[in-house]
Ligand binder design. Structure first.
Ligand code: ADP
Ligand code: ASP
Ligand code: MG
Length: 467
């Protein structure tokens, strides 16, 4: 069997869902299981519903829920005929009544619990998965909806719960193989799950990729396909560099490093279950299915440059703490990291020199309040509005001149570097810049490393062809 995950833009309307069906139809012999995200933009709207309701602005929250209902009514009426249409609308209305009840409860409390927030966000995938299963049946692909909340088991953490592999595997293995044996395409909502006690949870924003990988690993899939709105993993985010190029092959390690440092194309946790079971993952474009994509595998052939790609992570702050000399560095670091852990802050990059430590963490001005707590350890400097640029490539390991090349390009562009880290795995170089310089930093690096290399390579190819 194979797992095919379709993201938000791939199921954003009836045209997109029909396109999904045309991608799945020729693969039926491979026994596909579908994981779908909420229709594009719906989860963001549900975040707004939660925020409005928690401020007591119920009528505005309900207006947004009504608009979400409208999108599903439109898409379903363009694809389904009776009795499937009425059955879908009945399911839609049951779910909307549930969401309305939840919004009303939140609004009356004028505050929201983390569990209520997660619950509100699950309606997008609950609806899209039912809609896609119904649409497939209408289009002649026998399909059945399977409720991911009953199959993916997690702990009870919000907003991003951790999956529990053993019960998840047991439930999936009980429910999915009989569906496949009947030649049905199981359709599950990504991102959504529940705890062992039945509380609804999510895997965190962008978590549908992770759902696909967990399901693929639990069921021993031969391949996991992530269908999105770009033709694979590119040398950087095409929204930053329109000349970003497709990477045909990338290693699990490189792709994970990119995802951790902000490449939204994959959720950072996605590859772990695939690595553990050595399942290849392909990233493909549902809008241009024939264009080819990226294959992610344990080891990947070297590309034209020793760098594979550049990622950018925004919304970063740096704390620099200078401890008094008499404080032992071990105690100082222990206290510093305990404090970060207490606030659930993960360190992205750390630089330590003597009794001074700089830590880059995700977050912005709201973290300023930590300054007073950190002052117990020493003198503190807080710098919000920063970003991390990360260059990744297995082929940079042990190579001389990498740092001078990267930082030379930054210096020529007049960009000030605040912190530097060469990943302990030696497959990445990351550094912190001010957010206002971040796009320029990535563009300059991309131009020098990928655009000039590829221009030189194509010139050389033309010369060879002429000769
Ligand atoms: P989906 O809804 O299908 O999960 P996402 O929006 O989560 O899609 O991820 C796809 C987006 O990731 C692309 O539109 C692109 O802007 C962004 N992206 C960031 N870095 C990269 C990269 N290196 N290669 C490709 N896409 C990237
Ligand atoms: N719909 C969820 C989100 O927007 C999960 C996903 O799309 O992967 O974050
Ligand atoms: Mg995504």
């Amino acid at each position: 069997m194979i797992v095919m995950k379709f993201g938000g833009t791939s199921v954003q309307d009836s045209t997109a869902i029909r396109r999904v069906a045309s991608i799945v139809a020729p693969r039926l012999a491979e026994q596909p299981l579908l994981v779908v995200s909420a229709m594009g933009g719906v989860t963001d709207k549900l975040v707004q519903v939660a925020d409005l309701a928690s401020r007591g602005e119920l009528s505005q929250a309900l207006e947004i829920l009504e608009a979400i209902r409208g999108r599903h009514i439109l898409a379903s009426s363009e694809m389904l005929v009776e009795p499937a249409l009425s059955a879908f609308v009945a399911e839609l209305d049951t779910r909307m009544a549930e969401a309305t009840k939840l919004a009303t409860e939140i609004a009356s409390q004028k505050s929201i619990t983390p569990a209520q927030h997660s619950y509100m966000l699950t309606f997008g995938e609950l609806l899209s998965s039912v809609l896609v299963a119904a649409a497939f049946n209408g289009l002649g692909i026998p399909a059945a909806h399977a409720d991911a909340r009953k199959l993916i088991v997690t702990d009870a953490h919000h907003p991003a719960a951790a999956p529990l592999p053993a019960p998840t595997r047991a439930r999936l293995q009980e429910v999915i193989p009989p569906m496949l044996a009947q030649n049905l395409v199981p359709v599950l909502g990504g991102f959504i799950a529940s705890s062992e006690s039945g509380e609804v949870t999510t895997l965190g924003r962008g978590g549908s990729d992770y759902s696909a990988a967990l399901i693929g690993a639990a069921l021993g899939a031969s391949r996991i396909e992530i269908w999105t709105d770009v033709s694979g993993i590119l040398t950087t985010d095409p929204r930053i560099c329109p000349k970003a190029q497709r990477i045909s092959e990338i290693s699990f390690h490189e792709a994970t490093e990119l995802a951790c440092f902000g490449a939204k194309v994959l959720h950072p946790a996605t590859l772990l279950p695939a690595v553990e079971h050595d399942i290849p993952v392909a990233v493909l474009n549902s809008h241009k299915p024939t264009e080819g994509g990226t294959i992610i595998r344990a080891t990947a052939a070297h590309g034209p440059s020793y760098f594979r790609a550049i990622a950018l992570k925004r919304n970063i702050s740096v704390f620099t703490v200078r401890a008094p000399r008499h404080m032992g560095s071990l105690r100082f670091l222990d206290d510093l990291f305990s404090l970060l852990r207490w606030h659930h802050l993960q360190s992205e990059i750390v630089a330590i020199s003597g009794a001074t430590a700089s830590v880059a963490v995700e977050g912005n001005h709201e973290l300023a309040k930590l300054t007073s707590e950190l002052q117990a350890l020493g003198e503190v400097e807080f710098q919000p509005n920063m970003a991390i640029v990360c260059l990744v490539g297995e082929n940079i390991r042990g190579r001389c001149g990498i740092a001078s090349e990267v930082f030379g390009i930054q210096a020529a562009a007049g960009i000030n570097i605040h912190m530097i880290a060469q990943g302990s795995s030696e497959i990445s170089v990351s550094f912190v810049v001010e957010e206002k310089d971040a796009v320029k930093s990535v563009q300059q690096l991309h131009r020098h490393i990928f655009e000039e290399t590829s221009a030189a390579a194509s010139e050389a190819a033309m010369e060879t062809a002429k000769a």
